[in-house]
Design a protein around this ligand. Structure first.
Ligand code: SF4
Length: 369
C-alpha cells in the first residue's frame, strides 16, 4: 500500500472529502426523488448501512421541490445529481443540498455554469466535476468491435488523453471563477481505463478524487470489475471518496464498498469479519451450509469480532487460534474456540447455535470495555 496522495479538502455538509479525511462511501437512491417517503427511507437505509453521503437525482422541478423536506429528514449529507438543466442545480442549492454533481459538458451555455458556480460559492457547496467515457467519445466508427480493438492496441492512451483534456476544459471554467471546492471523477465501464485515467488525473491535479467504475452491471460481475479498478487505485494511495455502482439494490453497493475499504485497512471494521475454509475433500461436515448460517446470524451483531469457521485440522486450528471465536470441524463434530482457546466439542447439529452464542457474548464483552 502506498501512502495516501495529498489533496485539497472540501466539506460536504459536515463530511470532509480529501486531505487527511477518511475515504468516504457514497451511493445513490433509485427512487423517484419526488416520492419523499420512499426516498427518505432509502437514504436512511443507506446511511444505516455505512454510506457517508447519498446522491439523489433531480431531473425535474418536481424533484427539486421535494428537496427541502428530504433534507429535513436526511441523516447524512445529500448530493444533487444534475444533468442538462442548470436550473435544477440552482434550485437544489437554494434548497440546501450539500454538494452538486455537474457535468459542464451537458449544460448548454457557459454563463449557466457560471451561475451555478456563483450559487455554490455563496452557500459553500462543493461541485463534483466528472467525465464519463460514454459522454465524451464520439463513436464515429460504428463498428464498435473494431473501435475497441484499436483502443486496446493503444493501451487506452487515446481515451485517457481525451478524458484529461475534457477535465482541463471544464476546470478552466472553475478556475476563471476562482472556485476550487471541486471533486473530480473520470469513469468508464472498463476497469483498465478507470485505473489509467485516475492515475493520470492524480498526477495532474490536486483536487480530491471520486472513484468509480460506471455501468458496471449486475452485482455478480460488477463487483469484480469495480474491485479490480478501485483496489488498484486505493493501493496506490489514490481516491478520497468512492461509489461502487450496480444494477441492483444500492445497499449492496455500500456493503461492498465497506468491505473493500476494510479489506485494505482503509476503514475500521464495525461488524464481524468472517473467515472460512475454502472447502476440500477433507471435509466431514456440511461446511458450506454452516458458513451460510453463520454469515446470516452474524448480520445481527454490530461489533468488530473475528470469527473463523474451519473444516479440518490442516489449517483449522491455526486460524481458529487467531480468531476471537471459531469452530474447527472434525467428523460430525466441531471444537469451539474462544480467544484462541479450545472451550468444548459439540456435535455438528449444535455448531451454528453454539458459535453464535459465543459470538454474542464476545461482542457484548468488547462493547463493555
Ligand atoms: S481447512 Fe481443511 S477442509 Fe478446509 S480447505 Fe483447508 S484442508 Fe480442506
Amino acid at each position: 500500500m502506498k501512502p495516501r496522495r495529498s489533496t485539497r479538502q472540501v466539506m460536504v455538509g459536515g463530511v470532509p472529502i480529501g486531505g487527511d479525511a477518511p475515504i468516504t462511501i457514497q451511493s445513490m437512491t433509485n427512487t423517484h426523488t419526488y416520492e419523499v417517503d420512499r426516498t427518505v427511507a432509502q437514504i436512511r437505509a443507506l446511511a444505516d448501512g455505512g454510506c457517508d453521503l447519498v446522491r439523489i437525482s433531480v431531473p425535474t422541478r418536481r424533484d427539486t421541490a421535494a428537496l427541502p423536506e428530504i433534507l429535513r429528514q436526511a441523516s447524512v449529507p445529500i448530493v444533487a445529481d444534475v444533468h442538462f438543466h442548470y436550473e435544477r442545480a440552482l434550485e437544489a442549492v437554494e434548497a440546501g443540498v450539500h454538494k452538486i454533481r455537474l457535468n459542464p459538458g451537458n449544460i448548454a451555455d457557459r454563463k449557466q455554469v457560471d451561475r451555478v458556480i456563483a450559487a455554490c460559492r455563496e452557500r459553500n457547496v462543493p461541485i463534483r466535476v466528472g467525465v464519463n467515457e460514454g459522454s465524451i467519445v464520439e463513436r464515429k466508427d460504428k463498428n464498435v468491435r473494431a473501435y475497441e480493438k484499436a483502443l486496446l492496441a493503444e493501451g487506452h492512451n487515446r481515451l485517457v488523453d481525451l478524458m484529461l483534456r475534457k477535465l482541463e476544459e471544464y476546470l478552466r471554467i472553475f478556475d476563471a471563477n476562482d472556485f476550487h471546492d471541486v471533486v473530480l471523477a473520470a469513469k468508464s465501464p472498463d476497469a483498465r481505463l478507470v485505473i489509467a485515467a485516475y492515475r493520470a488525473i492524480a498526477e495532474r491535479f490536486d483536487y480530491p478524487l471520486h472513484l468509480g467504475v460506471t455501468h458496471a452491471g449486475p452485482v455478480e460481475t460488477g463487483r469484480i470489475r469495480s474491485v479490480a479498478a478501485l483496489a488498484a487505485l486505493l493501493a496506490d494511495g489514490i481516491g478520497d471518496t468512492l461509489r461502487i455502482s450496480y444494477a441492483a439494490d444500492p445497499l449492496e453497493e455500500v456493503a461492498d464498498a465497506k468491505e473493500l475499504l476494510c479489506s485494505l485497512g482503509l476503514r475500521d471494521r464495525e461488524e464481524p469479519e468472517l473467515i472460512a475454509c475454502p472447502t476440500c475433500g477433507r471435509l466431514e461436515i456440511d461446511l458450506v451450509k454452516l458458513v451460510a448460517g453463520v454469515r446470516e446470524k452474524l448480520a445481527s451483531i454490530k461489533a468488530p469480532i473475528k470469527v473463523a469457521v474451519m473444516g479440518c485440522v490442516v489449517n483449522g486450528p491455526g486460524e481458529a487460534e487467531g480468531a476471537d471465536v471459531a469452530v474447527c470441524a472434525g467428523k460430525g463434530c466441531g471444537v469451539i474456540y474462544v480467544r484462541g482457546e479450545q472451550t468444548r466439542t459439540v456435535p455438528e447439529a449444535e455448531m451454528l447455535d453454539t458459535l453464535y452464542e459465543e459470538c454474542v457474548k464476545f461482542a457484548a464483552e468488547i462493547k463493555r470495555h
